[in-house]
Design a protein around this ligand. Sequence first.
Ligand code: ATP
Ligand code: MG
Length: 331
Amino acid sequence: MPTVIVADNLTKTYILNKKAPGVAGALKALFRPDKVRIEAVKQVSFTIAEGELVGFIGPNGAGKTTTLKMLTGILFATGGRADVLGFDPSERRREMQRQIALVMGNKMQLWWDLPAWESFLVLKEIYEVSDAEFKIRIDELVSILDLSEKLHTQVRRLSLGERMKCELIAALLHGPRVLFLDEPTLGLDVVSQKRIREFLKRHNREHRTTILLTSHYMQDVAELCERVIVIDHGSLIFDGSLTSLTERFGPVRRLHLIFRSPVHADMSAFGRVLSSSDTEVVLEVPREQTSAAAAKILEQFPVKDIAIEDIAIEDVVRELFTREPDTLPAG
Ligand SMILES: Nc1ncnc2c1ncn2[C@@H]1O[C@H](COP(=O)(O)OP(=O)(O)OP(=O)(O)O)[C@@H](O)[C@H]1O
Ligand SMILES: [Mg+2]
């Protein structure tokens, strides 16, 4: 599969003027500014192949949006190199712009006072989309997203979910090969989130569009992305499958036991007891001890049913992001 996105030691340091409070501070900042450096993205490297749908996650301020902005040519990198479809995004070449799109959940790009339809017509001209292509794409997108009733309503009167659907149509009208999505489901209700996810999955599958997506909703990532890239404090800390993320950072597993007859034993010898009754116990056991613990329990107790579960991806990620950076397992 050809590589379509490359980040090679991509780095962004913002430099801000620091201002002390008050007029004196403002004057000093004007003539002798104190500079503050914010290392938003530090030597981040990854490659993404055509057709992949990759989740890009990290806590607030980790550097996700900054990275997407460098990859789309909105921001210049201060170090390293980016390559998207063979182009250097910072050159902002028209050939590249015509093949990519960026959607930001917190920043609407459609004209607020116009119906979406009119914005679509303007975009059609900007991107020089032929009438035939425009028709095919609009028909497909509008019907999948179930939006035909709303195209002639002023965007400002649409619900948040409807607006996001319009944003997606606007972004896809020119048939981009690479789609960057920055929190596309932000603030949406669960039903709309699900619709958007289903749409993205389908679009990725049917058009082989490469998608790099950030989201704080782990459900988005869990349902859409086989591969995740995790960034924290500007540095890449993980790149791999969702399953291996759970394996690496989810240090425990859950053992859910149901007994055939009442058991009055202290189960804490096997792990942390999360809930317990005479006939049912849920234990949290360190990952590497799971099979040994399960074997012992099966030997000693009248077990009717046993389920071994990984902890939810939400919990893994929460755990990951609340750790001190130097306590990450190596790998
Ligand atoms: N224009 C800017 N000038 C100065 N600092 C900035 C600017 N934009 C972002 N930053 C800082 O860079 C760091 C990374 O920000 P970025 O927006 O990339 O994070 P993020 O991962 O997208 O976070 P979130 O999940 O909250 O959207 C933060 O510390 C942020 O405060
Ligand atoms: Mg962001």
